[in-house]
Write a protein that binds this ligand. Sequence first.
Ligand code: OAD
Length: 244
Amino acid sequence: MPSDFERLVSALRRASRVSALTGAGVSAESGIATFRGAGGLWEGHRIEEVATPEAFAEDPERVWRFYEMRRRNAREARPNAGHEALAALEERFPGFLLATQNVDGLHRRAGSRNLVELHGSIVRRYCVRCRRIEEDLEPLEVLPPVCEACGNLMRPDIVWFGEPLPVEAWADAQEAARASEVYLVVGTSAEVYPAAGLALIAADAGAEVFEINPAATALSPMFSGAIREPSGEALPRILSALPG
Ligand code: OAD
């Protein structure tokens, strides 16, 4: 019986259309805490209580303190071997689309370009009134930050619970999932929809879906196989098993 690793590598050797969905687990080895892992609370709050438009309306400073901590983490983190292997897969498979739920900017820093950030990016913020965008990871002097142009509140460019995903990013991600022969689901608990649904869209359309995650998820039984290793180890191993 070939192992799941061997089956994945041979599926990748045969495939020309490959894409991937990633979540917080990909950045765990860069030192960025996942959301639902042990101690995945922030100041005693569940993520669903901080990452909502209601929480921001009630106490923008508190929400910004949470994102300021995550911005500091992202600033101090470096892409790991998993991010780099995903960027290399884009070179190898034309049309490879990386759909990420991560907002830390590490995929882009690792060189991924055919990338959709389904939940936005912590690197950007925008004015709730005039929509002016600022883009940096520098520490903010005042929380909550206000717009230099019109004096209104700035918010992180993050898709909060209860908000729709960016229309074009979601359309591109669905199309890539539907077109894939092999689809990788990496470092996500697959609990937050619609993003997690991409794995099901790919499976329904006939892709071989492989999960790369040390832990099983609710969707694991739907997949063709799983590599139960940290992505920073599994992805480079997969890459080096491919020809060339
Ligand atoms: P979660 O924290 O829900 O899940 C992280 C997953 O990564 C878990 O299944 C872990 O087993 C796995 N994991 C941990 N270390 C890993 C490693 N080294 N290699 C591979 N996998 C590892 O994070 P997400 O699924 O990304 O949304 O969460 C989805 C969304 O919920 C986030 O985008 C965020 C959050 O609320 C918003 O902020 C809108």
